[in-house]
Design a protein around this ligand. Structure first.
Ligand code: GAL
Length: 706
């Protein structure tokens, strides 16, 4: 691995690198050397260890056995295997939670979560901070010194399993948080709308996070504030860990954490605390018994590309800390089929296509004990050779070829982005009127972009986002930002003046940053941007016919929730509603601002509607491909491979084609490419076997057959 790995909060490796999650504490130490040897033989170069091993370092309070992993570390060093070391705070030991029950998380009734699973602690107990910091410091002093330790993972999957916290210390810390933010109770009461239902607070100690109420409803503005607080608490807890390790870190060692979960602002977490994000990628969830609807139909495992797009919005080049390598299943839930031949390679290539330069498989060997006895790793219980290990060898050969072709560091290339922000994500999660709309429209746009083969990014607002940051994109889709601040509208206005296009859907701009609905015409600050006024609005109920809009004679669905529109200040009507009591009234209005455009659509975006926007606005599909079957994903990574003497840049374009089906697929090409895996020149078309993946390099960049 390259020493200067920290650039723009991206993982920075010279090679596409494979790794694996390993649990020395689960196995007889007699197996370690053979495991490491076989890892190496299969192309594994990195192991991640210790994230659940607190007991091994401190079996009883204050009794430290910090060097417990030393014999394993020495064997890894001898075998030439590098190590990502973890802080083990995701699983506090039983002695700790018994003696200090205040460290436990609790449900909204205040009942604590007990020992026996994991992630049962809270982020705000001073005792947990004290004991965690003490252990982490000792681990950092001891393990940073190993030359093969390349970095640290903090905790494990922050906010996974449980992303709400209601222990006494959480309520207390929330009070402190709002006190610092709002300064006076009058301010707090006003912004939280506590005048409603007599919720006015007269003492800070009366304020709580969510608690059990009749109907389980809580003040929505305080719920939004509560989520901001949870994010803040999680980031503070991880920052304490990072600050404890950093003084002992060598310049070539990184700090990261794994996974993306609710109620956490990763756009803050990464620059404030981490060097880059890593993701835990389990595409096989799509085939489990309790699959979620967004993964259904022909999206299934391809839906991981939705998640990977989110990862890229945090760190454009990232690592996969846990990549699925077998069927998943706990003893009580989530049973999944065995990945079919080729699927493990396909999912690896999918992650790489979206920007992963490190892929670490979960896990080396399936554990024979505990909750995860059905969560398979590369090796089965038997430890005998198997099909997945053979597939791993193939993956290793292919990743070596990708490295040779110079892929490491290349960034996913997209000219369109879906705008998102945490305020709307969190407010929407509590809002039955707005929340489900956003989810459905994100799904519609994702499916549309995928099937039209138009690469897109998610762009998450940061507090310091400027129009300049958005200019890399030709068009932005901001499906339903109920909360749209004046500042953000101004940034979008500047972006439009410079030539950008912004597309909004219904329910835009009717809330303020506290989730309140101010007295002003709708759609709030989007009004000027699109030359539109919302005159009426309605949820489409069970007795409403499916709603359509007619755009240039074409019928497009306008589902779920309609804003009935009227043009003003330069707004131009492009489509009208068809059906319901507002038949014939404007459904789509656009306005020209500077060199750009603002569009306001008075409906949600299903796949059909989003595809119509893509076609009518001429959004560009991946270049060099003519006929790509819908079931195949096309993704591109690009980087500057050379700067010529005259200063012109030569861009390397790596086009990934991913076949998620059990059928062979053919992709027609309009330009000659080199197939990175066969080193052959391909022209005319390329065949993809069932679950196949190819990477084509544009011959203009590297030359055919080189
Ligand atoms: C991840 C977690 C791992 C393991 C895996 C399979 O979410 O980080 O520790 O539990 O899922 O369940």
């Amino acid at each position: 691995m390259k020493r200067e790995h920290l650039k723009n909060r991206c993982l920075d490796l010279e090679q596409v690198t494979l790794g694996v999650c390993y649990y020395p504490e689960h196995w007889d130490s007699g197996l370690w050397a053979d495991d490491l040897k076989r890892m190496k033989e299969h192309g594994i170069e990195v192991v991640r260890i210790a994230e659940f091993a607190w007991n091994k370092f401190e079996p009883r309070e204050g009794e430290f056995t910090i060097g417990w992993f030393d014999p394993f570390m020495e064997l890894a060093e001898e075998a030439g295997i590098k190590v990502i070391f973890c802080t083990p705070t995701a699983t506090p030991p039983a002695w700790l939670t018994e003696k200090y029950p205040e460290v436990l998380n609790a449900d909204a009734d205040g009942h604590p979560y007990h020992h026996g699973m994991r992630r049962h602690y809270n982020y705000t107990s001073s005792k947990y901070w004290e004991l965690s910091r003490r252990l982490i410091q000792k681990l950092a002093v001891h393990y940073c010194g190993y030359s093969n330790v390349i970095g640290w993972q903090l905790d494990n999957e922050i906010n996974c399993e449980i992303c709400e916290f209601y222990a006494p210390s959480d309520h207390k810390a929330f009070r402190q948080y709002v006190k610092e933010k709002y300064k006076t109770l009058d301010q707090f009461n006003e912004k939280m709308g506590t005048v409603f239902w007599n919720q006015t607070y007269s003492d800070w100690d009366e304020i709580f996070l969510r608690r059990h109420t009749p109907g389980n409803l809580n003040n929505p503005h305080m719920q939004l504030e509560g989520k901001r607080f949870i994010s803040h608490a999680a980031i503070s807890f991880l920052k304490m860990q990072a600050d404890t390790i950093r003084p002992y870190l060598r310049g070539d060692q990184f700090i990261t954490t794994n996974g993306i979960f609710p109620n956490l602002d990763y756009q803050k977490l990464v620059p404030d605390v981490l060097d880059f994000i890593t993701y835990d990628n389990y595409p096989n969830f799509s085939f489990s018994m309790d699959a979620n609807p967004r993964r259904e139909g022909n999206m299934r495992d391809r839906n991981s590309s939705f998640n990977l797009a989110r990862v890229r919005s945090i760190s454009p080049v990232f690592g996969i800390m846990e990549q699925q390598s077998g069927p998943g299943g706990w003893n009580m839930r989530m049973n999944q089929p065995m990945p079919k031949p080729g699927q493990m390679r396909l999912w690896t290539m999918q992650a790489i296509a979206h920007g992963a330069d490190y892929v670490g498989y979960f896990r080396w060997r399936t554990c024979g004990v505990g909750t995860e006895i059905y969560w398979h790793g590369l090796n089965d219980y038997s430890n005998e050779p198997n099909r997945r290990l053979e597939e791993l060898k193939q993956i290793h050969e292919d990743t070596q070829k990708l490295s040779k072709a110079g892929l490491a560091g290349a960034r996913y290339a997209a000219e369109y982005a879906i705008l998102r922000d945490y305020d709307n994500d969190w407010d929407g999660a509590e809002d039955k009127m707005y929340g489900p709309l956003e989810e459905k429209s994100l799904d519609g746009w994702f499916r549309a972009f995928q099937k039209e083969h138009v690469p897109f990014d998610f762009f998450y607002w940061r507090d310091d986002t400027e129009a300049e940051d958005l200019k890399a994109y030709r068009a932005l889709i901001y499906p339903h930002p109920a909360i749209l601040t004046q500042h953000r509208a101004q940034v979008l206005q500047e972006y439009m003046e410079a030539g950008g296009t912004v597309i909004f859907g219904s329910r835009t701009g009717y809330k303020d940053e506290y989730g309140r609905c101010p007295m002003r015409p709708m759609p709030g600050f989007a009004k000027e941007l699109c030359g539109v006024r919302v005159t009426d609005y309605t949820l489409l109920g069970p007795d409403d016919d499916p709603e359509y809009a007619i755009w240039d004679g074409e019928e497009i669905p306008a589902p779920w929730f309609n804003d009935i529109l009227e043009p003003e200040d330069g707004g131009e009507v492009l489509a009208v509603f068809c059906g319901n009591y507002y038949d014939g009234q404007p459904a789509l209005i656009r306005k020209n601002t500077g060199k750009g455009w603002g569009y306001y659509f008075g409906g949600g975006f299903d796949e059909h509607t989003a595809r119509t926007f893509i076609r009518k606005l001429n959004m560009k599909a991946v270049e060099g491909l003519a006929d790509v079957p819908e079931d195949v994903e096309a993704a591109v990574r690009e980087k500057t491979v050379m700067i010529k003497e005259d200063g012109t840049e030569v861009i390397g374009r790596y086009v990934f084609l991913l076949n998620y089906t059990k059928k062979e697929q053919t992709v027609t090409l309009t330009a000659p490419f080199t197939n990175v895996f066969t080193n052959e020149c391909v022209e005319g078309s390329v065949e993809l076997p069932p679950y196949g993946a190819v990477c084509l390099v544009h011959t203009l960049s590297v030359g055919c057959g080189e």
